[in-house]
Write a protein that binds this ligand. Sequence first.
Ligand code: UTP
Length: 296
Amino acid sequence: MSHKPIRKAVFPVAGLGTRFLPATKAIPKELLPIVDRPLIQYAVDEAREAGIEQMIFVTGRGKTAIVEHFDVAYELEDTMSERGKDLGVLDSSRFTPGDIITVRQQVPLGLGHAIWCARAIVGNEPFAIFLPDELMIGDTSGSGAGTGCMKQMVDAYADVGGNLISVLEVPEDEVSSYGVIDPGKTKGALTEVKGLVEKPPIAQAPSNKIISGRYILQPEVMRTLEGQGKGAGGEIQLTDAMAKMIGTQPFHAVTFAGRRFDCGNKLGFVEATLALALEREDMGAEVRAMAQRLLG
Ligand code: UTP
């Protein structure tokens, strides 16, 4: 069966990033760099690898620098060219005109509400969602080495269609901090989803598969979000809207072959910086030596 291709991705980037203050007072969290690439760039690169063409940013006050990042920086490019510098470093931040679209979420009422703000642009197509503060790095060993999370999901989508979320297995004593799936049948990396539970007590957790920040959803989720009131924390929750779609449409989880760094919190951000710096060909050896020196 052929399913409508995933051509659009929504990046909710209107959150306040309070866990990173004061760094995020004037700079969006999504522009914090891991070594030399902002978080949003990693997410957009992952989307492009998966064949997605249109990037929809749900922004808010103080977030315009994200859009600037994907614009042409005329003065910079002109000066660099005059000085004979290679402009290749800017390639990944270039886009065909029309492929970067922004909508504003005037008040940060929650992730579900942010996604709903993109309803007119998403239209009647399935779409992807990326939470850019969750940095997903594909396994570098084995077959399909380095394949990004969304590409793994789009490949699975080609088989099963419907709605897909990416999940990761965590030690059982950590499940209470996350959204968890109630699993049905599993085949390889694909698991049927029978239910979604937000932050369950350990004893009641239906699995140790936690929802991570990548989704492929059918456009009907927008209608569900529309009629939905506020949930936990007084916010409009995406998990609640997805849970309502289970049973009406196919719903699967893809266990991501790779690592997730939660860069929305400081420890995860430092871990990602260190891990990726250590793996880089241009600086890994020096970073290792530096870390050893620091550890004494
Ligand atoms: P987070 O839960 O990380 O919230 O949102 P936050 O506001 O960014 O950060 P803290 O908790 O205050 O430190 C997850 C994703 O959803 C977006 C955020 O920008 C982030 O990418 N988001 C969240 C919105 O776009 N709008 C919202 O109302 C809430």
